[in-house]
Design a protein around this ligand. Structure first.
Ligand code: NAI
Length: 331
């Protein structure tokens, strides 16, 4: 059984080869992204494995089907880049890794909060230059602050637990209140009230309801001086609105692990290239913006879990057309 990877990186090869011994797939690693021009490279593959910025559109799915692909395996949790209906119509199974390591992403969101607040990234450079001044490094205590969490699924829950540990008041917005979270002190409120928190962290999926969740209609509800963290998906935030809010000093700090136009930038070394995306250049020019390139998931534990679960998903789907873990099965 042949499994072809798109957008693969050296670390994907290491982790997938490590866990493939017992399953014995023929693994083929391509570094190109999946789109209409590259779909034919999967010819003869029983399954393809894709990541967050591969474009699994209707024409791509039709091409995969023509070339014999039966399963599309996402090696991630979010699936906003896949035309699920087109997969259904073409009778191609789609699976994902629903909860490989929620703590990895939650801990990265917290790392961004601590960095932006206590400015350790600036202090590190300063001290190396023998500048021992503290001016400009003033932070605030997290203890006693209100943290707003949008989406209390696997990652949001892990994030809430950490923030409660810091002594924060945690207010959440989700379509359904989670009893386990309520039991430990998280309270649920309408979105506009949660946007009034000192720190806001986004942990909901990207879909038609959440696209530009922070945008022209909602930015006015965000507390003046709030810190905003996005480790969900880039398009949860309207970039243009955010740039304006930063210019006006409306947002005190912004932490992005995901970016609306990230597919042309992230997961590549562009250090010798001229970046054509003026929005990211503007964002990077603000002293109170911290950007990481979609690395929140990037821990040893998470990559192990992703590789094991993905290979097992593909194996089960090719053998039985079904999965034990129904949360992993999208089609
Ligand atoms: P999950 O499915 O466990 O939880 C999502 C939560 O969001 C659910 O509780 C759901 O009810 C809620 N939700 C859905 N629509 C909503 C809406 N309109 N408003 C408010 N809440 C809503 O997903 P999980 O594992 O917690 O992941 C969340 C997102 O994080 C993923 O969809 C993915 O986009 C992103 N992610 C980012 C990673 C990174 O490396 N930066 C890695 C993994 C996931």
């Amino acid at each position: 059984m042949k499994l072809t990877f798109f957008s693969s990186q050296p670390y994907d090869r290491i982790f997938f080869e490590r866990y493939n011994d017992s399953l014995g797939f023929e693994l083929s690693f391509l570094d190109v992204a999946l789109d209409e021009t590259t779909a034919s490279l999967a010819k003869g593959s029983d399954a393809v494995c894709v990541f967050v910025n591969d474009k699994v559109t209707a024409p791509v799915i039709a091409s995969l089907k023509d070339n014999g692909t039966k399963v599309i395996a996402l090696r991630c949790a979010g699936f906003n880049n896949v035309d699920i209906e087109a997969c259904r119509q073409n009778e191609i199974h789609v699976c994902r890794v629903p909860a490989y390591s929620p703590e990895a992403v939650a801990e990265h969101a917290v790392a961004m909060i601590l960095t932006l607040n206590r400015k350790t990234h600036k202090a590190y450079n300063r001290v190396r230059e023998q500048n021992f001044s503290l001016n400009g490094l003033l932070g605030f205590n997290l203890h006693g602050k209100t943290v707003g969490v949008i989406g209390t699924g696997n990652i949001g829950k892990a994030f809430c637990r950490i923030m409660l540990g810091f002594g924060c008041t945690v207010k959440a917005f989700d379509l359904v209140a989670n009893k386990e979270m309520e039991a430990i002190g998280v309270t649920y409120h309408p979105l506009m009230e949660v946007l009034q928190s000192d720190i806001i962290s986004l942990h909901c999926p990207l879909n038609e309801q959440t696209r530009h969740l922070i945008g022209p209609e909602t930015i006015g509800y965000v507390k003046k001086g709030a810190m905003l963290i996005n480790t969900g998906r880039g398009a949860l935030i309207d970039t243009k609105t955010m740039i304006e809010a930063l210019k006006k000093g409306y947002i005190s700090a912004l932490g992005l692990d995901v970016y609306e136009q990230e597919e042309k930038l992230f997961f590549r070394d562009l250090s010798t290239k001229i970046i054509q995306d003026d929005d990211i250049q503007r964002l990077m020019s603000f002293p109170n913006v911290l950007i990481t390139a979609h690395q929140a998931f990037f821990t040893d534990e998470a990559l192990s879990q992703i590789a094991m679960t993905t290979l097992n998903n593909v194996s089960q789907l090719l053998k039985n057309s079904n999965l034990k873990d129904q949360a992993a099965l999208l089609v």
